[in-house]
Write a protein that binds this ligand. Structure first.
Ligand SMILES: [Zn+2]
Length: 466
C-alpha cells in the first residue's frame, strides 16, 4: 500500500459528498462521502471530505443513495445491443420472433457492444458476464455469439473502449443447442486471448446441459405431466450423458470455471455428480449453474458442499411460472425457482437478467426477487432488500472470482458505483421507482442523468466513439 502521507496528499480524481453510501462491506457500513483515486476507493467520510478541495471533481449527492455498481452475472450484451429495445419477455412488444442475422459486419458488432454498454451505464450496471461466445456459434443465425464477436470484444477491450467490466465465458457448442464432445475438446485446446482480467476476464466455459421446463426440454428426474423426461443436449460417441460428464471433467481439470445451463433437477444432479467424483473443492472462480429452476433441496445441499453457485433470473420465473406449471404439475412448479432456499442455505447466488430474454433493468429483477421471496414467506424489509442487492454486487463479484477487488465500496476496492434517487434498502417502495442519476466505473463517470442523451439507435455515432 502507499504510505499514509502520499495517500492523504495526492489529489483524488472524484469525491462524492452529502449522500447515503452503502458500502456492502462485511460490516454493512455506510458513509456520507467517498473519494476515488486511480480508479480505487481511497477514503470515506471526513478523510474523503479532506480530499475534496484538491479533487479533480466533486459531486454533491444532495442526499441521494450510493450502492456498489450493479454486476449482472448473466447478460448477453452483444445480443442485447443488437436487439434493443426488443426483448423476449417484457413491456416492449414481446417478440418470440426468430432473429435472423442481426450482426454480420465488424462495424455492426462494434456498434452492438457500444449500444449495450451505453444502455448498461444508464442503468448503473458496471460489470456483467457475457455467457457464451465462441466457435460453436460461428455458423449461428444471429451473428451475436461467434468467434468474430470474441475478436470484437478483445479489440474494443484493447482500445480501452469499455464502460463495463466483462467476464466472458467461451462457448464450444451452440446457444440453447447441442455441443459435440470433439468440438468441445478442440475448443479447449485453443488459446484464450490475452486480456486485462480487471476489464475483460475469460476464466471459463459455458456448457448447455438442457433446455427449459415450459418446453419440456429440461432433463428431469420425475416425468412431466405428459410422461416425458426431457434430455441432455450434449453429444458424443458414448451418448449424451457420457459426453456431458467428459466435458465438465475436461474443463474442470483444465482449471477453468464451468457454467452449466441446467434447469432440470436431473441435469443439475449429473453436473454435481461429476464434480463430486472429481473431488472438487470451492475455488477462486466457482463453478455454477445457470437458471437452476429445479434445484430442489437435496441438490442445494450438495451445491453448498461443493461451493457451486447459481445464477438465477426472478423475472424469467415470473414470466414463465404459469406456463411451466402446465408441464411440471402445480406441486412441483410451486417448488421451482427456490431463491429463498438458496439464500437460506448460503448458496453463492447471483440475481441476473439473462437480457435480452428479460430486461437488463436490474430494478425490475429486484422487484421480481422481492415477489419471489415474499411468496415463499420471507418478510420484506431492509434485511431482505440487502440480501437481494448483495446478489447483484458482492455475490456477483464472487462468481467473477473478484470478491477481493470489486463488489463493495470498501477502501482499496475499485470505484464502481451507482447513484440512486432514493434508498433501495427501504422496503416501502419498488426498486423500479428509483432513478439512476450517476454511474461510475473505475472512478470514471460513464453516465449522468441530464448530461447524457438517451440510448438511441445512433449506432454510427456510438461506434465512432471507439
Ligand atoms: Zn442466457
Amino acid at each position: 500500500m502507499t504510505d499514509a502521507l502520499t495517500a492523504v496528499d495526492a489529489p483524488a480524481d472524484l469525491v462524492l459528498i452529502g449522500g447515503r453510501i452503502h458500502l456492502f462491506d462485511v460490516d454493512a457500513s455506510a458513509a456520507s462521502s467517498i473519494a476515488i483515486r486511480g480508479g480505487v476507493i481511497v477514503a470515506h467520510d471526513d478523510a474523503a471530505l479532506a480530499l475534496a478541495p484538491s479533487a479533480g471533481r466533486v459531486i454533491d449527492l444532495g442526499g441521494r443513495t450510493v450502492i456498489p455498481g450493479i454486476n449482472d452475472a448473466h447478460l448477453h450484451a452483444a445480443w442485447l445491443g443488437a436487439r434493443w429495445p426488443r426483448l423476449f419477455f417484457g413491456d416492449h412488444e414481446s417478440s418470440h420472433d426468430h432473429d435472423g442475422a442481426l450482426l454480420t459486419t465488424n462495424a455492426e458488432r462494434r456498434a452492438a457492444l457500444h449500444r449495450a454498454w451505453r444502455l448498461l451505464a444508464s442503468l448503473g450496471v458496471t460489470s456483467y458476464t457475457e455467457p457464451g461466445i465462441g466457435p460453436g456459434e460461428d455458423a449461428g443465425a444471429t451473428g451475436c455469439f461467434g468467434t468474430p464477436m470474441l475478436e470484437t470484444y478483445v479489440d474494443l477491450h484493447r482500445s480501452g473502449a469499455q464502460t463495463s467490466r466483462v467476464t466472458l465465458l467461451r462457448l464450444f457448442g451452440t446457444i440453447d443447442g447441442e455441443t459435440h464432445l470433439d468440438a468441445f475438446r478442440a475448443g479447449l485446446a485453443t488459446a484464450t486471448p490475452a486480456t486485462d482480467p480487471r476489464w475483460l476476464a475469460i476464466p471459463g466455459v459455458k456448457i448447455f446441459a438442457d433446455g427449459i421446463p415450459p418446453l419440456r426440454t429440461a432433463w428431469v428426474r420425475e416425468p412431466y405431466v405428459d410422461g416425458s423426461l426431457g434430455a441432455l443436449l450434449t453429444r458424443g460417441p458414448d451418448g449424451p450423458r457420457q459426453a456431458f460428464r467428459e466435458m465438465v471433467r475436461l474443463a474442470h481439470d483444465a482449471g477453468l470455471q464451468v457454467a452449466v445451463h441446467a434447469t432440470g433437477d436431473r441435469s443439475i444432479a449429473e453436473f454435481l455428480g461429476v464434480l463430486e467424483e472429481a473431488g472438487a473443492a470451492p475455488r477462486r472462480h466457482p463453478h455454477y449453474i445457470v437458471h437452476a429452476d429445479l434445484a430442489f433441496d437435496d441438490l442445494l445441499a450438495r451445491m453448498r458442499t461443493l461451493g457451486v453457485g447459481a445464477a438465477v433470473q426472478p423475472l424469467i420465473a415470473a414470466f414463465t411460472h404459469a406456463w411451466a406449471s402446465g408441464q411440471l404439475g402445480t406441486e412441483r412448479a410451486a417448488r421451482a425457482w427456490p431463491l429463498a432456499q438458496m439464500l437460506d442455505r448460503g448458496i453463492l447466488t447471483t440475481i441476473t437478467s439473462d437480457a435480452p430474454i428479460a430486461t437488463p433493468d436490474w430494478r425490475a429483477s429486484v422487484d421480481a426477487a422481492v415477489q419471489l421471496l415474499t411468496d415463499a414467506g420471507v418478510p420484506d424489509g431492509v434485511t431482505t432488500r440487502r440480501a437481494i442487492l448483495h446478489r447483484l454486487t458482492v455475490d456477483a463479484a464472487r462468481q467473477d472470482g473478484a470478491a477481493d477487488w470489486k463488489g463493495t465500496l470498501a477502501h482499496g476496492f475499485v470505484g464502481d458505483l451507482c447513484v440512486l434517487t432514493d434508498d433501495p434498502l427501504e422496503a416501502t417502495r419498488r426498486a423500479s421507482d428509483l432513478e439512476v442519476d450517476l454511474t461510475v466505473v473505475g472512478g470514471r463517470v460513464v453516465f449522468e442523468r441530464g448530461l447524457t442523451s438517451a440510448v438511441d439507435a445512433d449506432d454510427a455515432r456510438l461506434d465512432a466513439r471507439a
